[in-house]
Design a protein around this ligand. Structure first.
Ligand code: NAD
Length: 268
C-alpha cells in the first residue's frame, strides 16, 4: 500500500502523453517519485503495459499511476483522457509530449502530403487538444494554477542539417502556439512552457538514424558535449516546469540541448 505522497509534485494530478516512449516514460517515473499521481497516455496499449511495469519496478512507492489508451490526434480521445482525471480531483499538470518523426519525412520536394498531415495531426493538433482540454478541466475544477508543458524541439529554433520538413514545421507551430497560450491564460494562473530537446538517445531518433553513419555524423558533430542527450535529462527539466518552483516561468522555450543551439562548430 502506497504511503502519502511527498515530493516536489506532492498532491498534483499529472498526465503524460507519449508516456510509453523515451522522454514520456522517464518523466512518468520522476513525476511518480516526486509525489504526483500520474496518468500515462499513449496510442500503443502493449507499450503502455510494458512502461507501467517498468514504473512499478523502479518507483515501487508511487502513489497512483494508471494508464489510458489515447490517440492525441483525436479530440474525443484527449477529452476522455483528461475527463478521466475528474474523479482524481482534476488535472494539475499535463505534459503534451506525444510526437512522431516519420521515416518518409523529407524536404520540400519529397515529403508526401499524407506524411505532412499525419505529422501535423499528432504533433500540432495533439498539443492543441491537450492544451484546450487542460484549460477546460482547470476551469471546471476552479484551479488557480496549472502547468502545461508542450514538447517542441531544437529544430523549432534552428534549421535541421538534414531535411525533415513536416516535423520541423510542426515543432515551430508548437513553440508559437505555446507562447500565445502562456500569455492568454497567464492571469488565470495557468502556465504554458515549451520543452526544446536536442537529438536524444531514444527510439524516435535512433530508429530513424539506424545504420546511416553520414546522417548520424551530421548530427553528432554539432554537439559541444560530443554526445546525444538522454531522456532523463529532459525529464528533470519537465519536473521543474511542472512544479511550483517554476511559478514565475511562463511562455519560455525551455531549451535542454547541452549547448547545441549556442554553438559554432565545424566538421573536422
Ligand atoms: P518516442 O518515439 O520514444 O516516444 C513517443 C511516444 O509517443 C511513443 O510511445 C508513441 O507510441 C507515442 N505516440 C505516437 N503517436 C501517438 C499518438 N497519436 N497519440 C498518443 N501517443 C502517440 O519519442 P521520444 O524521443 O520520447 O519523443 C517524445 C517527444 O519529444 C516527441 O514529441 C518528439 O518529437 C520530441 N523530441 C524528441 C527528440 C529526440 O531526439 N528523441 C528530440 C526533440 C524532440
Amino acid at each position: 500500500m502506497a504511503t502519502a505522497p511527498r515530493g516536489r509534485l506532492q498532491g498534483k494530478n499529472a498526465i503524460v502523453t507519449g508516456a510509453a516512449g523515451g522522454i514520456g516514460l522517464e518523466t512518468t517515473i520522476l513525476f511518480a517519485r516526486e509525489g504526483a499521481s500520474v496518468l500515462m497516455a499513449d496510442i500503443s496499449e502493449p507499450a503502455l503495459a510494458k512502461a507501467l511495469a517498468k514504473v512499478k519496478e523502479v518507483a515501487p512507492n508511487a502513489y497512483r499511476v494508471e494508464t489510458i489508451k489515447c490517440d492525441v490526434s483525436k479530440e474525443d480521445d484527449v477529452k476522455a483522457m483528461i475527463e478521466s482525471q475528474d474523479g482524481w480531483g482534476g488535472t494539475d499538470v499535463i505534459f503534451n509530449n506525444a510526437g512522431i518523426m516519420h521515416a518518409d519525412d523529407a524536404d520540400a520536394v519529397d515529403t508526401p502530403e499524407k506524411i505532412w498531415d499525419l505529422t501535423h495531426n499528432i504533433n500540432v493538433k495533439g498539443v492543441w487538444f491537450g492544451s484546450k482540454h487542460a484549460v477546460l478541466s482547470l476551469r471546471r475544477h476552479k484551479k488557480t494554477k496549472g502547468s502545461i508543458i508542450n514538447t517542441a524541439s531544437v529544430v523549432a529554433l534552428v534549421g535541421s542539417a538534414t531535411p525533415q520538413l513536416a516535423y520541423t514545421a510542426s515543432k515551430g507551430a508548437v513553440l508559437a502556439m505555446t507562447r500565445e497560450l502562456a500569455i492568454v491564460h497567464a492571469r488565470e494562473g495557468f502556465r504554458f512552457n515549451s520543452l526544446c530537446p536536442a537529438p536524444l538517445n531514444t527510439p524516435l531518433l535512433q530508429d530513424w538514424l539506424g545504420d546511416d553513419q553520414p546522417k548520424r555524423h551530421r548530427r553528432e558533430v554539432h554537439f559541444p558535449t560530443g554526445r546525444f542527450g538522454e531522456a532523463i535529462e529532459q525529464a528533470n527539466a519537465v519536473v521543474f516546469l511542472a512544479s511550483d518552483e517554476a511559478s514565475f516561468v511562463n511562455g519560455t522555450d525551455f531549451v535542454v540541448d547541452g549547448g547545441m543551439t549556442r554553438a559554432y562548430v565545424t566538421p573536422e
